[in-house]
Design a binder for this molecule. Structure first.
Ligand code: NI
Length: 260
């Protein structure tokens, strides 16, 4: 699959999960904006069958290359971002839950989910490839909001991100945030509405994930789904636009899918 085809597939599944992203995009377009994606984020476990390497593989085959790594010790996560070969395509940010840092009980649940799973090339867009029971979800949620979200939704975009630099009708990220709130979209306030600053070359904000009903093997639950993010990038001293990520900000952005 080409990178564009992969991204289109991710957007379709994402827009189905989160009507708010498509609504916000439409609101921007009504103002005459042309929306450009900054990055797309995927989540996984660090099991060798589904690790970052496996999830990113179709993108690497389509021309993306690994660029930088990040760690989030408190959330037991690590991440890597990938840059596209083609201009105009978004960055890819893939994170994984470090199972060695989790409890034996959590590892057992993940082992059960992945039982019989064999690595496949299209895992990045595979949806949820396992059946999930309520007790498994609850055990994961008690220890890792990230793990619970991943178990419930599997392989789809956790968020798409708009590159605010390419919007012409907002004075800055604060003005954009005000517009979103005026239109009824609550923002993630963990760490403040705006994470980061020009000093770290990146400012980000995000909506809170909307509740989504998820079908389990033994019933249904309603849990936070996916969210929309907004990134304003600043120039490095050498004049180039900063295209990396900021650990302290991303750490808080992960909380956009926490249960409230
Ligand atoms: Ni992001």
């Amino acid at each position: 699959m080409t990178a564009s085809a992969l991204l289109q597939r991710l957007w379709q599944d994402y827009a189905r999960l989160s009507p708010q992203a498509a609504r916000i995009r439409a609101l921007f377009e009504e103002r005459g904006e042309r929306v450009v994606d900054d990055h797309v984020a995927l989540r996984t476990f660090d099991d060798p069958r589904v690790s970052i390497d496996v999830v990113a593989r179709p993108f690497v085959l389509a021309g993306y290359r690994a660029a930088a790594e990040y760690t989030f010790p408190e959330k037991k996560l690590r991440a890597r971002h990938y840059e596209p070969r083609e201009r105009g395509l978004p960055l890819l940010f893939v994170s994984e839950l470090r199972l060695d840092a989790c409890s034996a009980e959590l590892r057992t649940v993940v082992a059960d989910l992945l039982d019989g799973f064999s690595a496949r090339d299209d895992v990045a867009v595979a949806g949820r490839p396992w059946a999930l029971r309520r007790a498994q979800y609850d055990l994961l949620a008690a220890e890792s909001e990230y793990g619970a979200w991943l178990a419930a939704f599997g392989y789809c975009a956790n968020h798409f991100t708009v590159r605010v630099n390419d919007l012409g009708t907002f004075a800055g990220l604060a003005a954009l945030n005000d517009f979103l709130k005026r239109n009824g979209f609550p923002l993630n306030t963990a760490g403040g509405e705006i994470k980061g600053s020009p000093d770290v070359h990146l400012e980000q904000s995000s909506t809170l994930a909307e509740p989504v009903e998820v079908e389990l093997a033994d019933g249904k639950i309603t849990v936070p789904g996916v969210y929309y993010e907004f990134a304003l990038r600043h120039r490095l001293p050498n004049g180039e636009l900063y295209l990396g990520f900021v650990e302290r900000s991303a750490d808080k952005i992960f909380e956009s899918t926490d249960r409230r």
